[in-house]
Design a protein around this ligand. Structure first.
Ligand code: HEM
Length: 160
């Protein structure tokens, strides 16, 4: 009798825990797209009617709705079709700053970068993917710490 009770308790507990696990482990809702530098250049606003993409800190944003800033001949067109992290951090359109390289940026510039990343890009534009610099480590292996900004429940094994 006691054994039967323990069995029932075990079944109930394991079912509850399994349900709990399912709820916590929500699979990601869409695949994580990896952009190469070459692919990103196709979305530089030069073709009318094509989406415009720009990466900041390795996150690729669809900035098409900001066409007045980023479209062909617009003031910030130089920033699109690439990862412009350094330019955004320094508020610079110097061609030398149109890169993802953050080497030597000051504390103030890094803080400014984070605030524009959160306050402008993440708040205003949809995320369409990531660049290799975010998903991969320097030796080309997967970055285990990678978490897509828009999929908090993402687990690396979901996609790779
Ligand atoms: C005289 C210099 C500049 C002036 C007067 C200026 C002015 C502005 C203004 C008024 C906005 C807000 C527009 C709006 O939300 O309606 C803006 C946004 C912005 N500016 Fe500038 N800007 C200048 C230089 C620069 C430079 C050098 C950069 C280089 C990265 C830059 C990057 C940006 C970015 C990324 C935005 C956000 C655009 C968005 O909402 O997607 N600005 N600027």
């Amino acid at each position: 009798m006691a054994t039967a009770r323990i069995c029932v308790l075990y079944v109930v507990l394991s079912t509850t825990l399994a349900e709990d696990f399912k709820l916590k482990h929500k699979p990601s809702t869409k695949p994580v797209r990896l952009f190469t530098e070459e692919e990103l250049t196709r979305y530089d606003g030069s073709e009318e009617g094509q989406p415009i993409y720009m990466a900041v800190k390795g996150v690729v944003f669809d900035v098409t709705k900001g066409k007045e800033f980023y479209g062909k001949d617009a003031s910030y067109n130089a920033l699109v079709g690439k990862d412009s992290t350094r330019a955004v951090a320094k508020m610079s359109l110097d061609p030398a700053d149109l890169t993802s390289d953050t080497t030597g940026l000051t504390e103030e510039q890094l803080e400014s970068l984070d605030s524009i990343f959160e306050g402008t890009y993440k708040a205003k534009y949809p995320i369409v993917g990531y660049t290799a610099s975010r998903i991969l480590t320097k030796d080309g292996s997967y970055n285990e710490a990678f978490k897509p900004e828009d999929q908090p429940h993402f687990q690396i094994k979901d996609e790779f």
